[in-house]
Design a protein around this ligand. Structure first.
Ligand code: 26V
Length: 809
């Protein structure tokens, strides 16, 4: 009798011959990766079919998570883990003479997202499937994901991310589910059968082709669907639907303009060129997604009036908020329903998640642009706005002076968040503090009108990827100590808290961390050629580069330490390795200057004879999901230092905590909840509170210059910028200097500096007492179960979606 791994060896070898006509000794790791995927897909696809059938037979209500971003990373290992096959495959690959890790690394990260918002969507899909919930993703199959980052001479350089270069092993093209999306043209009205009818002419036809990706649940045979839409031209476009001539060059222009729709993921930067294209992408996702959902309902002969009993549409930020008018359009024009009926259905079906309160990140679109691109949708938005403003006038006399502020259309702009709130039954924030700020400040008047709509759903992360998969050493240790119940129920991680003061367990935790640090050190050496001390504190800040996230504050502290070392070479503190990973939006000049600054400081610090044994600064290039998976298990300190009130939640904070890092952070986003869970003594909190930030902003009483004038340390640091200490051509650092001293330091870097330095001293002192440190680390791991996305998804399912696992399983 062959064991499982031996059987698998045979299957893999056979598949290799069948697919590539190769023998084992001729196979490359890439061949092997593809063969592994092909063999896995046989069982995944069987379960996929069964799951779809089960949902059909049980008539299950389904949630569709509409998102412009899904940051999946690699799937091979997490799929194997969820299938319960990871060890078998690893064993079989080793016997066949392959290093499993290298085989898995052949998979190109699917980087269809910018940061937290996109990764959250991916974690949610994992949890939906793992909880056997009928839930699907709707997204765009961008031909190029988020740019690949290279660092050249300290500067960020962007390269296209052609992730589809080799075939994407997980997708299945579903040409049979193609739908048509229409852009531009004109709308005419007529009065027929006692009803106003709308006719759309001269539009551009775009084919939306779905590519389905299976989402494998954790050891439960559930396989859900992520549907990614790709835009294609249609050969008979001019022939049938345009009054324009149909010469060949016209056709090529048309083809090009259509294919552009699903070509690029846009970075989250307001200064990008081609806004029109981004808006087209949003409508493309929404229209294709909704049409396919309604088609499925019709196939099941469900009456449209009951749509909300069978379907719920969750929109990930306002990017897909055109679902509101698009669903109205389909119900009115295609299904022939009346306005009130269609409106009731729409507002019972759509739910909206807000992910930011930053003013510059709240989406608005010029009304002319919407009118030009989607003339019928524009008319519907106008009507929604008209009716909403009317109802404000009649039902809320006390808000009459606020109508302009609340309107969906004002000053020729369409406010997408207003559209999303008015058109949905649920509005949620992503952490307690964030939801409070929405209710009390940013969306206060909407909260007065629709108090029942607002809820909080604190974000989460999948502990399968972010603990079991990326930190197998820790996972093993936890299971040895408390059994494996935490795997199915992350709250059981709390069972290790009684071990937090157990010396033996502490030692074991320290050993795992040290192993992980060794591995990361090897990676750093291989990629950056910088040797790092494995005994040093690994201090990690990994996230998008943004002013409000304050990587600059971190750099200031590093420069401060550097100067203290120079002043006093005998200065005693635990050596530190500062590790950064961050991409800056290509058009965000300030952020790019900060990257250059980090690298310039790194250059000095890493080579200075008086400093290099104590401090190291590492900027790891091309931060992405697979790199996060290497860094997080090795972190001692988690930097969560945003200006209070600005970070809606953060999710990196949760991942690092779950892997035993201690947080140094402001009272912002989910940091507040981390603090509540672990207690003040197990986190390093510093800085202004969100209320203090609001007060300073309101009174305009902050004077950054005073802090510079009064704090010698800040003078020293900033003077290095202008004195060209770091590079000789440092225009970029003068730009940073100006933003702080002439633009009055929008993000309160100077204001929080002293408090941050103090907190960092506490970090150093605490780390010296390893027993205490490890105790805190274990308590952090133990309390992190709350941040499993399974908890978040259970809350969404129960409080918003009203969906359940199908009864018969
Ligand atoms: C967008 C933009 C666009 C214009 C320029 C400035 C700017 C800044 C930020 C954003 C972010 C938009 C929404 C977003 O990604 N929010 C993130 O969502 C995560 C998941 O809920 C959450 O953990 C992060 O705190 C939040 O920033």
């Amino acid at each position: 009798m062959k064991n499982q791994a031996e059987q698998l060896e045979q299957e893999l070898t056979e598949k290799l011959t069948l697919t590539f006509g190769k023998q084992l000794k001729e196979a490359t790791t890439k061949d092997m990766f593809q063969v592994v995927c092909l063999v896995m897909k046989e069982s995944i696809h069987a379960n996929w079919q069964k799951t779809k059938q089960l949902y059909r037979e049980t008539n299950s209500k389904q949630v569709y998570y509409f998102s412009m971003e899904f940051l999946l990373g690699r799937l091979v290992e997490s799929n194997l883990l969820n299938m319960g096959q990871l060890e078998t495959y690893q064993q079989a690959l080793r016997s066949l003479g392959f290093d499993p890790e290298r085989v898995f690394m052949e998979e190109h990260d699917a980087g269809l997202g910018n940061g937290g918002l996109g990764r959250l969507a991916a974690c949610f899909l994992d949890s939906l499937a793992s909880l056997q919930l009928p839930g699907n993703g709707m997204g765009i199959r961008y031909k190029y994901g988020l740019f690949q980052q290279k660092v050249v001479d300290g500067y960020q350089v962007e390269l296209p991310d052609y992730w589809l270069k080799d075939e994407y092993m997980w997708e299945t093209k579903r040409s049979d589910r193609t739908v048509e999306v229409r852009f531009g043209g004109t709308v005419e009205t007529s009065f027929e059968h006692h009803k106003l009818q709308f006719h759309h002419h001269d539009y551009e036809r775009v084919l939306a082709i779905p590519y389905d990706v299976p989402i494998v649940g954790f050891q439960n045979e559930t396989v859900n669907t992520l549907r990614l839409w790709s835009a294609e031209s249609t050969a008979n476009h001019f022939h049938f639907h345009s009054s324009r001539g149909h010469d060949y060059y016209h056709y090529l222009d048309y083809k090009r303009s259509v294919e552009k729709i699903s070509e690029f993921l846009y970075p989250d930067d307001s200064t990008y060129a081609g806004k029109v294209l981004r808006l087209k992408q949003q409508y493309f996702l929404v229209s294709a997604g909704l049409q396919s959902i309604l088609q499925q309902c019709k196939q099941k002969a469900l009456p449209m009036e009951q749509l909300s009993r069978h379907v719920v549409l969750q929109i990930n930020d306002t990017h897909p908020s055109l679902v509101v008018p698009e669903l109205m359009r389909l119900l009115l024009d295609e299904e022939g329903l009346g306005w009130d009926e269609a409106w009731a259905i729409t507002t019972e079906t759509v739910a909206y998640t807000n992910h930011t309160t930053l003013n510059e990140a709240l989406e608005t679109w010029p009304k002319d642009m919407i009118e030009m691109l989607f003339p019928r949708i524009y008319l519907i938005i106008e009507e929604i706005n008209e009716r909403f403003c009317q109802s404000l006038w009649h039902d809320y006399p006390e808000l009459r002076d606020k109508i302009a502020e609340l309107a969906i259309i004002s000053y020729d702009q369409i406010h997408m968040a207003h559209l999303a709130i008015v058109g949905s039954f649920s509005v949620n924030g992503v952490a307690e503090l964030h939801t409070r700020i929405l209710k009390e400040r940013v969306m206060k008047s909407f909260y007065t009108i629709f108090p029942e709509r607002f809820t909080n759903k604190t974000n989460g992360i999948t502990h399968r990827r972010w603990l079991m998969n990326c930190n197998p050493g820790l996972a093993r240790l936890l299971t040895e100590a408390i059994g494996d119940s935490w795997i199915k129920d992350a709250d059981r991680l709390a069972d290790i808290i009684p071990f937090s003061s157990d010396r033996g367990f502490q030692e074991a935790i320290a050993e795992v961390k040290h192993d992980n640090k060794k591995k990361l050190a090897a990676y750093i050496y291989q990629h950056a050629r910088i040797p790092v001390n494995e005994q040093s504190i690994f201090d990690v800040q990994i996230k998008r580069l943004h002013g409000y996230k304050r990587q600059l504050l971190n750099v200031f502290h590093i420069i401060h330490l550097y100067q203290r070392c120079l002043e006093n070479p005998a200065l005693e503190f635990t050596p530190r390795t500062f590790i950064f990973g961050a991409k800056a939006a290509p058009g965000y000049t300030f952020a790019k200057h900060v990257i250059k600054l980090i690298n310039a400081v790194a250059d000095k610090v890493n080579h200075h004879p008086l400093v290099k044994e104590k401090l190291k600064v590492i900027f790891l290039e091309n931060y992405q999901v697979s790199l996060a998976e290497r860094i997080i298990p090795a972190a001692d300190i988690s930097e969560q230092i945003s200006t209070a009130s600005k970070e809606a939640s953060g999710t990196g904070n949760m991942k690092l905590m779950m892997n035993g890092a201690l947080t140094i952070g402001t009272e912002d986003g989910a940091n507040v909840e981390i603090q509540q869970l672990v207690g003040e003594e197990n986190i390093f909190t510093f800085g202004l509170t969100s209320d203090e930030v609001f007060a300073l902003q309101q009174h305009g009483s902050y004077r950054a210059r005073d802090y510079y004038n009064q704090d010698r340390r800040l003078q020293q640091i900033l003077d290095l910028f202008v004195n060209e200490h770091f590079t000789s051509d440092d225009v970029e650092f003068k730009d940073i200097f100006y933003s702080l001293l002439y633009n009055n330091d929008e993000f309160f870097v100077l204001k929080d500096f002293d408090s941050y330095v103090h907190a960092q001293r506490c970090v150093d002192a605490t780390y010296r007492n390893q027993e205490k440190w490890l105790e805190k680390s274990i308590i952090n791991i133990g309390r992190s179960g709350t941040f499993a996305s399974d908890r978040t998804i259970r809350e969404y399912a129960a409080d918003i979606w009203n969906i359940h696992p199908p009864a018969s399983r």
